[in-house]
Design a protein around this ligand. Structure first.
Ligand code: MN
Length: 130
């Protein structure tokens, strides 16, 4: 079965690029443009992986990750923060919010596919957090 990936991203160009690369890999791609929509989509789709922009309108990605982690049905779903924030501590902040990993923007088409593949391999191992 094709892996199902939910992309929560408000920037249309970033969304287009990620969708383009990942559909080319054969993944089933769904998208949401804000946190509320992303949380609802995740609950109904049960994606294999969630790519989560941190800079989102209304509700930031950290808050979205915390909400997603309150859903037991998504306990085995890796959540990967995708963000241009490169300040020290941002990676830790993402992990504290419940993310399993971090991909830096701008998206590098040469490595993005490999990174996503690696994170998909984390599926079903439950929460990393102790
Ligand atoms: Mn954004």
């Amino acid at each position: 079965m094709r892996a199902r990936i939910l992309i929560i991203e408000d920037n249309e160009q970033n969304l287009y690029l990620m969708r383009y690369i990942l559909e080319d890999c054969g993944y089933e791609i769904h998208s949401a443009q804000d946190g509320r929509e992303g949380i609802e989509s995740a609950a109904s789709l049960h994606p294999d992986l969630i790519l989560l922009d941190i800079q989102l309108p209304t509700m930031d990605g950290y808050t979205v990750a915390r909400h997603l982690r309150q859903n037991p049905a998504l306990a085995g779903t890796p959540i990967i923060a995708v963000t241009s924030y490169a300040m020290p501590g941002d990676r830790e902040k993402a992990v504290d919010a419940g993310c399993n990993g971090y991909i830096e923007k701008p998206i590098d088409p040469d490595t993005f596919e490999v990174q996503v593949g690696q994170y998909l391999g984390m599926r079903g191992h439950g929460e990393r957090r102790s």
